[in-house]
Design a protein around this ligand. Structure first.
Ligand code: SF4
Length: 332
């Protein structure tokens, strides 16, 4: 059978356990959609998670929970998608080392993300933290990805990968592929505080696997239009975080909600209830699939084992090409 796909996509996410709305709208739904047009390689990047050296005892559980969410959301090995754990394909660490030889140190220490990390964890500025973008480049280059889905805030990271690949190819020949960015549609989701990006560590998130009761409880805590003090005050949907989420989860009602909000025809509590219902209904089939998959934990680990096996086939070929191009002596 001929492959009619447009090329190969690679994306990785740190294992963070149960996924939230920000993960879903910013990444997961794009991961699912890309399967129609691309050969997809999706990776749980557990090695990247080590740069902070916190909570390492949670890595296995979080890998399981995140993969369970991915599968329940529709990321599907039966469509040819490879889903695997980064450390299960150790060739990435080899390529990381080889690419590091072609990466000037100044490039790494000048990166704003590195400087931010130094500020955040001054007592743990480890070697891995400096080399983090090289490991990221190795992740992408190892699978000869043509395309990487990125939000606007991640675009500089991909550009860095492209620079490393260009430099490597300049030295050793056109071995690696310079990946193109595929900009995703919904990049930043604010948390229930309405101020900061939704994040588990800030506890301002809503899990996609949350029960209807949990969803309602979290939604009721959401900040809305701060200028709307009384039910009779007209609202300003353009400054309301909840309204921006309505436009995704209540698409067929959003025009009416906007009109009712501006004319004080609906109160925020009522509006939140409606949102909680729609959100809960949207994820009802997901919750069902998740519960079904969770009956046998081996399902997730088997998917990851098969994914690692298939990823290793690609990785072994690419690492051989890279070593050949560099001129490393071959074993007999
Ligand atoms: S009525 Fe709805 S859209 Fe308007 S401010 Fe309140 S929560 Fe936001």
């Amino acid at each position: 059978m001929t492959n009619t796909k447009k090329g190969r996509v690679f994306s990785g996410a740190r294992p963070t356990g149960r996924q939230h709305l920000g993960n879903y709208l910013g990444a997961i739904r794009n991961y699912v959609a890309l399967q129609d047009d691309y050969d997809c390689v999706y990776c749980v990047v557990d090695l990247h998670a080590l740069t902070t050296l916190e909570d390492t005892d949670k890595l296995r559980g979080w890998t399981y929970e995140m993969t369970l969410d991915w599968l329940a959301a529709g990321m599907n090995p039966d469509l040819g998608t490879i889903i695997f754990v980064q450390s299960h394909v150790p060739q990435v660490t080899e390529l990381h080392l080889l690419l590091s030889m072609a990466t000037p140190l100044g490039w790494l220490t000048r990166l704003p993300t590195f400087k931010d990390k130094v500020r955040q964890q001054p007592d743990n500025v480890n070697y891995g933290l400096v080399g983090y973008p090289v490991l990221m480049a190795a992740d992408i280059a190892l699978y000869k990805a043509d395309v990487v889905p990125v939000g606007v805030d991640q675009a500089p990271h991909l550009e860095f990968t492209r620079e490393i690949v260009r430099r490597f190819n300049h030295h050793f020949g056109e071995v690696l592929i310079e990946p193109q960015a595929k900009h995703t549609e919904f990049t930043k989701v604010l948390g229930i505080d309405g101020e900061q990006k939704m994040s588990k560590s800030l506890d301002n998130h809503i899990e996609i696997a949350a029960s209807p009761e949990e969803i309602e409880q979290r939604v009721m805590q959401m900040k809305t239009d701060p200028a709307r003090k009384f039910r009779s005050d007209p609202g300003h949907p353009e400054v309301c975080n909840l309204f921006s989420l309505h436009s995704f989860f209540s698409a067929d009602q959003v025009a009416q909600i906007e009109q009712d909000c501006r004319g004080a025809g609906i109160g925020c509590v009522q509006c939140k209830r409606l949102f909680a219902q729609n959100l809960s209904a949207h994820f009802a089939p997901f919750r069902e699939r998740r519960a079904e998959l969770a009956k046998d934990p081996d399902v997730v680990w088997d998917v990851l084992a098969e994914g690692a096996r298939r990823a290793s086939v690609i990785a072994s070929e690419v690492i051989s090409e890279v070593k050949d191009a560099i001129g490393l002596p071959k074993p007999r």
